[in-house]
Write a protein that binds this ligand. Structure first.
Ligand SMILES: [Zn+2]
Length: 383
């Protein structure tokens, strides 16, 4: 598709204008008709939308932003939903349906906003148990029942319980575990660029440092992109899905108009309705604490997000924003290879802590890479 940006006019601009109004990001038009113009207020609204959705915040509507906008306009009940093999329906209404099924105890998998076979199965199971026509179509009657019921699952959705069980069964050793490391941006997309330092290159450097350490412990580390390419978020997710990865780790650094903004933050899959990947949350928490304890960076905490790459990955997925390039202190840290080694070590220890299931009570920040190697070796001999 053609990119839409400031100054554009036409039906596509009118369409996205309408969606932004529906989402409350733009005021309703004041009635003097005519096609909408991509003016400063539209650009501002697009940026706000991109920020909410974890898209690149450039105020330009490219394919990813356009798809997210067209998904966002659908509310549950606007249309009938069903599984079409050749052209699956996607949208925020599908996402809401999946969340509702999970709340009611039906295993629709991780909500990804795409009506696939697993969503159909879960819906049919629901319909059968509630004596509805089990056609797998979410029409008015099914929707009414879905809305009337109160959630019967508390404290754990099946898809997330399965994730937890998988981690428990995997055992404490790192050897043999497969992780996809996802350096953000790349190729023509440089990410944040400040004083000639590009996020894409920093993310790549982090990825290589983490990869080296993982391989040394016997883990299988795969990188989601080449040094000079930028796959779409969906492709990064399907790369990890096809590899059957145990974990997915996305690496970014942040920037802000205010040079004061600084610190480290981590993100895992979750939504405002309380649907959260517990394993993702645990890993994000370990990662956050280990990095903060080892670097004295400002703690911007971990947060649930339903960003594309977190939604579409089928394994626990975490994203780290390791400091602000736009902040002088953080930038000095990021430019120091020693700092990048410390972060890489923190990542390894966080993954290790996840698989130790809280069995190791060494204080945060004190577990070293040598400890990890020793652990792997002694366990290997003892096995
Ligand atoms: Zn980024």
């Amino acid at each position: 598709m053609q990119l839409l940006h400031r100054g554009d006019i036409g039906p596509a601009v009118t369409e996205i204008h309408g969606v932004l109004v529906t989402l409350g990001l733009l005021p309703p038009p004041n009635g003097h008709g005519g096609p909408a113009t991509y003016d400063a207020s539209v650009e501002h609204a697009v940026r706000a939308f991109q920020q909410q959705r974890g898209l690149i915040t450039d105020g330009v509507v490219g394919p990813a932003t356009y798809r997210a906008l067209t998904d966002a306009k659908w509310r549950l009940g606007d249309r009938s939903l069903a599984y079409f093999v050749s052209r699956p329906i996607s949208g925020d209404d599908v996402f809401a349906l999946q969340e509702r099924l999970l709340e009611l105890g039906y295993d629709a998998g991780r909500p990804d906003g795409i009506f696939g076979r697993q969503t159909e199965h879960a819906l049919q199971n629901f319909q059968r148990e509630y004596a509805l026509n089990s056609d797998g179509i979410c029409g008015p009657a099914t929707l009414r029942s879905l809305r009337q019921l109160t959630p019967k699952v508390r404290g754990g959705r099946p898809v997330y319980l399965r994730e937890q069980e998988k981690v428990r069964r995997a055992g404490p050793r790192l050897r043999g575990k497969r992780i996809v490391i996802d350096p953000g941006h790349g190729g023509n997309d440089r990410g944040a660029v400040v004083n000639g330092v590009a996020e894409a290159d920093l993310a790549w450097d982090f990825a290589r440092r983490i990869e080296g350490r993982m391989v040394a412990t016997g883990m299988e580390a795969l990188i989601s992109r080449g040094p000079n390419s930028c796959p779409a978020e969906a492709d990064r997710a399907s790369f990890a899905n096809e590899a059957g990865a145990d974990l997915f780790l996305s690496l970014h650094v942040d920037s802000n108009r205010s040079p004061q903004a600084q610190g480290v933050a981590t993100f895992h899959f979750g939504t405002g309705n309380g649907t959260t990947s517990n394993v993702g949350e645990a890993l994000a928490g370990f990662l956050q604490r280990e990095v903060v304890a080892r670097t004295a960076m400002l703690d911007c905490r971990s947060h649930p997000k339903s960003w594309e790459v977190l939604r579409w990955t089928k394994m626990p997925a975490v994203r780290i924003e390791a400091g602000y390039l736009s902040n002088p202190e953080d930038q000095a840290r990021l430019l120091d290879p020693g700092f990048r080694d410390v972060v890489a070590e923190a990542v390894l220890v966080a993954v290790k802590r996840l698989y130790l299931l809280g069995e190791d009570d060494r204080p945060t920040g004190s577990f070293t890479f040598d400890d990890l190697l020793r652990y792997e070796l002694t366990r290997a001999e003892g096995a």
